[in-house]
Ligand binder design. Structure first.
Ligand code: NAD
Length: 427
């Protein structure tokens, strides 16, 4: 029987938050974290909800709802992306902020986790998007700063939105503050290699997993759900660097299958020109739910959370599951996948998609110092940090005979917990 919700749980009531806290409870049991510390680690430190009035192109004013959650302040400033989309609630943002805390700690970055977003359930014009972005940023100004909370991109936002965020913040301070956002264009202080960072990191980790499994990627089959910043870059890496056939891709409009291999560059061009993959002729449309169960060597969910669940986990037919999205796998699905550990090598989200925040960290450091690195330096440092995280997760999983997700989360949660304990309780 479910217990009545406390006021705090009401604020965050959302399936994604439930999933993140269920996961956290498993880790807390594994690490035997005392009850009072559990609560402090689980619930966000600060959660901000704002009304964002925007003048629409037709002259009307529409009120949007925006959020920002700063999960823990024990590790340094907070860091996290901004999601514009139809799933955004305070609870979803809180779940994503919590995962960011464990992710940053696992990668050894000096950040606590944060996340933000605006509930957006319709297409908006570029002008409306600009006004929405600027007004959201303006509402956030009292709560963020280059040493308080640094904003980045996530689903539904991009380099252009980051540029508007930075410009709005800079107009307020009276001078340019590039270090307030990451994922901005290189011409205004962004870093080389940020746009590709998450996808590139995913491909690096897939290669490491294949190496452990003594599996050849070239000629193998890959399936990618989501064809945005993360999915499209990862698909390109697998196709053109790894020599794989990408037999299935998808986006919000549906899923597309071509057993001979999709021409990934053509698909990317098509999506750029048309806004999405609807009508792409280089593959056959298939039901969206069939994409994840296609027989393949590598499966990358790179869109929304909860897509691998109790209902389809037993039907997944891949050798490597590389979680590009945040929270693509539910706790129910995890139980099934753990039973199948011999068949499916899971690279859990907080490890797999960490390339984005790692290069965002590099961008923040470069912006603070006004000293810029070339792409080779960025990629080299990215791979070194990913290698350290990957090895520590594999080692811990082997030593404690636990799934990769539990190992990754245990390392992240433990580091945050130690920081909390060292800093003590004020007053
Ligand atoms: P994006 O907005 O660039 O692309 C998202 C893609 O997913 C689009 O192709 C969209 O059409 C598709 N999509 C949306 N809803 C879908 C659905 N229900 N089914 C199938 N496809 C759907 O976003 P992104 O930056 O590529 O982020 C994708 C995922 O990766 C998110 O979970 C995000 O939190 C995570 N992530 C992103 C980064 C980053 O650097 N951008 C870093 C770490 C994690």
């Amino acid at each position: 029987m479910r217990l009545p919700l406390t006021a705090m749980q009401h604020i965050y009531s959302d399936p994604t938050f439930q999933m993140a806290t269920d996961q956290f409870d498993l880790i807390a049991d594994h690490l035997q974290i005392p009850k009072d510390l559990r609560e402090r680690l689980k619930f966000p430190k600060r959660s901000i909800g704002v009304s964002v009035p925007v003048r629409m192109d037709d002259g009307s004013t529409k009120l949007f709802h925006g959020y920002r959650v700063q999960h823990t302040l024990a590790m340094g400033p907070t860091k996290g992306g901004t999601r514009f989309g139809p799933t955004v609630t305070m609870g979803e943002v809180a779940a994503l902020a919590m995962w960011m805390s464990w992710k940053c700690a696992l990668a050894g970055l000096p950040y606590g986790g944060a996340k933000g977003g605006v509930y957006l359930d319709r297409r908006v014009s570029v002008n409306e998007l600009e006004r929405l972005s600027r007004r959201y940023m303006q509402e956030m100004i009292p709560f963020i700063g280059p040493h308080t909370d640094i904003i980045g991109p996530d689903m539904g936002t991009n380099e252009q939105v980051m540029a508007w965020f930075m410009d709005t913040y800079s107009a307020y301070t009276g001078y340019s503050v590039p270090e307030i956002v990451t994922g901005k264009p290189v011409s205004i202080g962004g870093t080389q290699g940020r746009r590709e960072a998450t996808g590139r990191g995913i491909v690096y980790l897939i290669e490491r997993a294949a190496n452990i499994l003594k599996m050849k990627l070239a000629g193998g089959r890959a399936v990618v759900q989501g064809f945005g910043n993360v999915g499209a870059v990862a698909a390109q890496g697998l196709a053109y660097k790894g020599g794989m056939k990408v037999i299935g891709i998808s986006d919000v409009t549906g899923a597309y299958h071509n057993e001979r291999g999709v021409d990934v560059r053509a698909a990317e061009r098509y999506a750029l020109e048309n806004g999405d993959l609807a009508g792409f002729s280089g593959a056959e449309p298939i039901p969206a739910e069939d994409l994840l169960t296609l027989c393949c060597d590598v499966l990358i969910p790179a869109a929304v959370s909860g897509v691998i669940h109790g209902g389809n986990a037993a039907k997944i037919q891949c050798r490597i599951l590389a979680e590009g999205a945040n929270g693509p796998t539910t706790v129910d699905a995890d139980r099934v996948l753990f039973e199948r550990w011999n068949e499916i090598f899971v690279i859990p989200d907080i490890l797999c998609n960490a390339g984005g925040v790692i290069v965002s960290y590099f961008e923040w450091v470069q912006s603070l110092q006004s000293l810029f690195w070339n792409e080779t330096e960025v990629v080299d440092r990215l791979f070194r940090l990913l290698e350290t995280s990957f090895s520590s997760v594999i080692r811990r999983a082997r030593e404690e005979k636990i799934p990769h997700r539990l190992a990754a989360l245990a390392i992240g949660v433990e580091r945050v917990m130690k920081a909390r304990q060292y800093r003590g309780l004020f007053p």
